[in-house]
Design a protein around this ligand. Structure first.
Ligand code: IVH
Length: 707
C-alpha cells in the first residue's frame, strides 16, 4: 500500500504539519495543499484502522483532522467525496432500498471435525482431480455480511447480504467505517468494476464498552457483537453509526471486470490469495496475519485446531474457519449447489449453545423504572457456567421470536458475552406452552406502567416504587459511585425490608446499635461498614452526581457536570441552555437532568445529603486538569522500566494532569527512557524540544512534586 520511502516521507510531512499547523499552508495553491493534507490523514487512517499500528497519538491525529476540516470549511468547493472528513456522517435515512448483488451471496456448508473436512476433500476430488490444488483458511467472522461495489476506483454502493440475491442498500452508513476506503486504485490492476465481500464487526472490547454505556444510560443491552454490528448498519443517523466503532474485514473479491466487461478473475488474478494481496495493497483490511495457505487437508485441520484454542484471545468474535480452494480454475471446476459453493466449507468451532426449558418469566424493575423480562430456565451448563437466568431484554424481543413459557429454547453464550435466547424450538411444542403476558402494572408497586413512543421498554414511573428504590440504593453504593464496601445488594434488600433503609440519605443515619443485634453481624463487620459509610461522605462530587442515578447521566457525564459547577446546589438550578453548553450533553441528557431536579423530593434529598455532611463541593481543578503540575505536558515511555509498569507510569502522569502519547514528535515534552530503549530514543535525540529523562530523573520529578 505505502512503500517504506513513502511512509518516511509522509511521516516527515506529519511532523512539519504538526509543528507549523496552519502556517504550513502558503495558500498559494489550495488544491495541492489540501490534497497533501488529505494524503497525510488517509495515511494515518491506514496505519490505525488497517494495520492497527498508529504512528501518532490520537491527540495529534485529531489536530490534523481538525486542520483539514478548517481548511475545507474555508474552501468548501474543494471538498471531495473521498476526503476523510466526509465519513463523519450526520445524514439521516430510514430508507434502505433493496439492491441486487452482482453475483448471489451463497451460504457455506458446515463441517465440525477433521473427518468432515477429509470427506469434503473426497467430495471435491470428484470434480477436481488435479494434484496441485491448494487450500486457504481464514477466520469465519461472526458479524454482519456486506457487499461493496467499486467502480472507477470509487466506492459506489454497499449492501447487506439480505436473502443472498439482493440486500438492503446501506451505503451512507457504511461510509463512516474508516477501514473501508472511499477511493481505491483498482485501475492499477486494470479493474474497472469490482464487488467485494466482507464482514462488519465490532470488537469484543468495544462491544463491552458500548453495553456498559447503555447500562449507565438505562438503555436495553445488545445481545451480542453480531447484533450490535448489524443493528448499527441500520441506524437512521449515520453519525450514531460512527460511534459504534465498527470495522470491516474483506474476505473475498467476488467480481472484477475491466472496462470492456472482461472477467479478470482466473486469467489475470489466478487465485483467492492473490485477490486478497491485491485488496491489501489497495488499503483494505483483510485477514492477513490470520491467513493460512496449505497443500494438504491435514495442515488445514491443524490450523483449525490452533484457532479453536486461541479464539477467545482474538479481539473479534469468530465462529469457525472458512476453508477455500485457492485456485479460481479449481473453484470453477468444483462449482456450486444452489445453496453453497463446493469449493469452500466452514469448519465450525464447538458450539457454545445448549437447549433448556423456559420455566417462567420474572419481571424485574431497574432503578430507572425499566421493566425487564428475565427468563428462569432449568439449570444448564453452557461454556463452563451454569445458567439459570437469562435477560430477555424487552417485550419486542420476546414477541419477535415468539418465545413461550414451557418452550424448549436454544441458548447461546458467545465468548465472555452474557447468555441469550437464540430461539424457541417450535417443532417440539406439545400445546401446553403459554404465551408470555406482559404486565400492565409494576410487579413491585402495582402502579400502571407506561411505554413512551419509540421506546422498547415499559417503565414504572412511581418515584416511590420499592423495587426502584432498592435498585437506586444499590447503584448509589456501587463501585463507580460512592463505593461503600460492605453494603452489598443482599444487605440493602435486608435493610430495606427491615425499614432500616428506605432512601439514599438513610444510609447516613443507620442505627449501628440496631445492626449489632442482627444475626450474622460481628463487631468487626459493623465497624468496617460504619467506616466505609463515613469515608464515602468525602467522595468527590462527580461520584455523588453519578450515584444519584439520574437517567442518562453516566460516569463521564457526571464528571463533565462536576467540572462545570461550584457545588451540587448549582446543578439543581442550571437551565437547559447552560446544560447544553457542557461537553457531551445533548437535549436528551439535559431534559433528564431538568426532570430530575423538577421533583421536590429530589431537591429535598440533596439538601438532606448536604445537612448530613456529604461533600457537595466540586474539586474543579482536578477534573479540568488545569492547574496541575503536568497540565499541558506530554510524556512517552520507552524501554523497560524498573519501578513502574507502563500503565502505572501512565496513570501517574495522568493523575498529575499530563498526557501520554504514543509516538515521538515535536509535540512530545518528555521521553522517559528505561533499559534497552529502541528507535524512539534515537528519534527523540534529534528533536530539540524533547527533554530526555532517565527513570531515576522521572522519579525525582514526581517526588519533588509530591513533597
Ligand atoms: S466466504 C460463497 N469467508 O459466512 C461463500 N464467508 O455462511 C463465500 N463469513 O454470511 C463466503 N467470514 O458473510 C467467507 N472468511 C470468510 C467469512 C465468511 C464470515 C460469512 C459470510 C456469510 C457466511 C456464509
Amino acid at each position: 500500500m505505502y512503500s517504506k520511502e513513502e511512509q518516511k516521507e509522509i511521516s516527515n510531512l506529519t511532523d512539519s504539519l504538526l509543528k507549523q499547523k496552519e502556517s504550513f499552508f502558503k495558500k498559494e495553491n489550495p488544491v495541492e495543499e489540501l490534497s497533501l493534507l488529505k494524503r497525510v490523514v488517509l495515511f494515518h487512517d491506514w496505519r490505525y484502522y488497517i494495520l492497527s499500528e498508529p504512528l501518532i497519538s490520537d491527540f495529534e491525529y485529531d489536530s490534523l483532522f481538525k486542520l483539514l476540516q478548517k481548511i475545507e470549511s474555508e474552501n468548501p468547493d474543494l471538498i471531495t467525496d473521498d476526503s476523510p472528513t466526509q465519513r463523519v456522517g450526520g445524514g439521516i435515512t430510514d430508507d434502505f432500498p433493496p439492491v441486487a448483488h452482482l453475483l448471489p451471496m451463497l451460504s457455506l456448508d458446515n463441517s465440525y471435525s477433521s473427518e468432515d473436512l477429509n470427506n469434503w476433500k473426497t467430495r471435491l476430488e470428484r470434480f477436481v482431480k488435479e494434484q496441485d490444488i491448494t487450500f486457504t483458511a481464514e477466520p469465519k467472522y461472526d458479524g454482519s455480511s456486506i457487499a461493496l461495489v467499486y467502480e472507477n476506483d470509487k466506492l459506489i454502493r454497499v449492501a447487506t447480504r439480505g436473502d443472498g440475491q439482493s440486500g438492503e442498500e446501506i451505503t451512507m452508513n457504511a461510509k463512516v467505517l474508516k477501514s473501508l476506503p472511499l477511493k481505491a486504485a483498482f485501475s492499477r490492476y486494470g479493474i474497472h468494476k469490482a464487488e467485494l465481500r466482507g464482514e462488519v464487526l465490532i470488537s469484543k472490547e468495544k462491544f463491552e464498552q458500548l453495553n456498559n454505556q447503555r447500562l449507565e444510560e438505562g438503555l436495553t443491552l445488545l445481545a451480542n457483537p453480531r447484533n450490535a454490528a448489524s443493528g448499527a448498519l441500520r441506524l437512521k443517523d449515520s453519525s450514531e453509526v460512527s460511534k459504534r466503532s465498527l470495522e470491516a474485514f474483506i474476505y473475498q473479491l467476488a467480481f472484477a471486470e475491466d472496462s470492456s466487461g472482461n472477467n479478470l478473475l482466473l486469467e489475470k488474478i489466478p487465485d483467492h490469495k492473490s485477490s486478497l494481496d491485491i485488496l491489501y495493497s489497495l488499503g483494505f483490511k483483510i485477514p492477513k496475519k490470520e491467513f493460512g495457505h496449505f497443500q494438504s487437508i491435514n495442515e488445514v485441520v491443524n490450523f483449525c485446531a490452533g484457532w479453536e484454542e486461541k479464539r477467545d484471545a482474538y479481539p473479534f468474535e469468530i465462529d469457525g474457519i472458512v476453508v477455500k480452494v485457492n485456485e479460481y480454475k479449481y473453484q470453477q471446476l468444483a462449482g456450486s449447489t444452489s445453496h453453497h459453493p463446493r469449493w469452500a466449507i466452514a469448519y465450525k468451532f464447538k458450539a457454545r449453545q445448549a437447549t433448556t426449558r423456559l420455566e417462567r418469566i420474572e419481571f424485574q424493575v431497574g432503578r430507572t423504572g425499566a421493566v425487564t423480562p428475565v427468563a428462569k430456565v432449568s439449570p444448564v451448563s453452557l461454556a463452563g457456567v451454569t445458567v439459570t437466568s437469562i435477560s430477555m431484554f424487552n417485550e419486542d424481543f420476546i414477541k419477535d421470536k415468539d418465545i413461550r413459557i414451557g418452550d424448549k429454547v436454544l441458548i447461546e453464550r458467545a465468548g465472555d458475552v452474557i447468555p441469550y435466547v437464540v430461539k424457541s424450538l417450535e417443532d417440539v411444542r406439545d400445546g401446553s406452552e403459554k404465551v408470555i403476558e406482559f404486565p400492565d402494572s409494576c410487579p413491585s408497586c402495582h402502579s400502571k406502567l407506561t411505554r413512551p413512543e419509540g421506546e422498547a421498554v415499559s417503565r414504572c414511573i412511581n418515584a416511590l416504587c420499592p423495587a426502584q428504590l432498592v435498585e437506586k440504593l444499590i447503584h448509589f453504593v456501587s463501585k463507580d459511585a460512592m463505593d461503600i464496601r460492605g453494603l452489598g445488594e443482599s444487605l440493602i434488600k435486608r435493610f430495606y425490608e427491615m425499614d432500616v433503609l428506605k432512601t439514599i440519605p438513610d444510609i447516613y443515619t443507620i442505627d449501628f446499635d440496631k445492626v449489632r443485634t442482627l444475626e450474622g453481624f460481628g463487631e468487626k463487620s459493623v465497624e468496617n461498614l460504619e467506616k466505609a459509610i463515613l469515608k464515602s461522605k468525602k467522595a468527590p462530587l462527580y461520584r455523588l452526581i453519578f450515584g444519584l442515578g439520574i437517567r442518562f447521566v453516566g460516569l463521564r457525564t457526571a464528571k463533565n457536570l462536576a467540572a462545570e459547577i461550584e457545588d451540587l446546589n448549582e446543578l439543581t438550578v442550571l437551565t437547559e441552555e447552560q446544560l447544553l453548553e457542557i461537553e457531551d450533553i445533548g437535549p436528551k441528557v439535559a431534559g433528564s437532568i431538568l426532570d430530575f431536579f423538577s421533583v421536590d423530593e429530589n431537591k429535598a434529598m440533596i439538601q438532606r445529603l448536604e445537612d448530613l455532611g456529604l461533600n457537595i463541593v466540586s474539586d474543579k481543578s482536578s477534573l479540568k486538569q488545569e492547574n496541575l503540575p503536568f497540565s499541558g505536558k506530554t510524556f512517552l515511555f520507552t524501554g523497560s522500566l524498573e519501578t513502574f509498569s507502563r500503565k502505572e507510569a501512565a496513570d501517574l502522569v495522568e493523575s498529575l494532569g499530563g498526557k501520554t502519547i504514543s509516538a515521538v514528535s515535536k509535540n512530545l515534552n518528555y521521553l522517559v527512557v528505561g533499559a534497552s530503549p529502541g528507535s524512539k530514543l534515537t528519534k527523540a535525540e534529534k528533536i530539540e524540544e524533547i527533554s530526555i529523562l532517565s527513570e531515576e530523573e522521572f522519579k525525582n520529578m514526581i517526588e519533588t512534586i509530591n513533597k
